[in-house]
Design a protein around this ligand. Structure first.
Ligand SMILES: CC(C)(COP(=O)(O)OP(=O)(O)OC[C@H]1O[C@@H](n2cnc3c(N)ncnc32)[C@H](O)[C@@H]1OP(=O)(O)O)[C@@H](O)C(=O)NCCC(=O)NCCS
Length: 179
């Protein structure tokens, strides 16, 4: 039997990727599709995670990038980086197709994002935020070298661009890693 398997390619997203990128993000974060993955926000939020207009703003901003993982022309993962002040970059929107999770792609995307932040934005430190209740995800980032800073930030309640909370208890915690 002749079995071939391809490795995903990780590259910067372009506006042409937006429909597939948006579908991937929603499938990983929200609803029953997300429940097929090992960590998601489906029990904490309904509604959307993001939208095409917000993704376009990120992609055309010279101080931000979205990296996409592509396999056989399908977008199966993504991660956002954004330049912040004083050598800091923000990492967000980390997403892997729920049917492809726990195979190492999330770790590959984090590594690619760290390298991209260092090379595009001269980042020496990466910051990210996680909803405080998501302890399994905080542990995952901890195993990648990210530490809780002790800072908490408010969830944007009332802004449906970021979803419809199922609880009033949502708050972000901040994690950082020196590159
Ligand atoms: C977070 C996410 C990107 C991880 O992607 P992934 O491709 O599954 O990650 P990897 O394959 O690199 O790693 C899988 C990890 O999950 C852990 N894991 C697998 N099943 C698990 C479970 N049921 N509970 C806890 N951890 C679990 C594995 O131990 C492994 O961690 P380790 O290598 O440190 O041991 C993916 O789950 C996702 O898209 N989630 C929805 C979107 C989201 O919440 N993104 C993060 C926003 S801050």
């Amino acid at each position: 039997m002749n079995v071939t398997s391809s490795l995903p390619t990780i590259r910067p997203a372009t506006p042409a990727d937006i429909p597939a990128l948006h579908a991937l993000i929603e499938s990983a974060y929200r609803g029953d599709s997300a429940r097929r993955g090992w960590t998601h926000e489906a029990d904490l939020l309904d509604g959307q995670r993001t939208d095409a207009a917000l993704l376009r703003e990120i992609i055309v901003d010279p101080d931000q990038r979205i990296l996409v993982a592509v396999d056989d022309a399908a977008v199966i993962g993504c991660v956002q980086i954004a330049r912040k002040e004083l050598g800091k970059s923000y990492l967000g929107l980390l997403s892997v197709d729920p049917l492809r999770q726990a195979t190492g792609l999330g770790k590959q995307l984090i590594t690619a994002a760290e390298h991209a932040a260092a090379s595009y934005f001269d980042a020496q430190l990466i910051e990210l935020t996680v909803i405080k209740q998501r302890s399994e995800l905080i542990d995952y980032y901890g195993r990648r070298g990210y530490s809780l800073t002790g800072e908490e930030r408010p969830f944007p309640f009332g802004d449906e661009q970021f979803g419809l909370p199922r609880t009033s208890q949502l708050v972000f915690v901040v994690l950082e890693k020196n590159l």
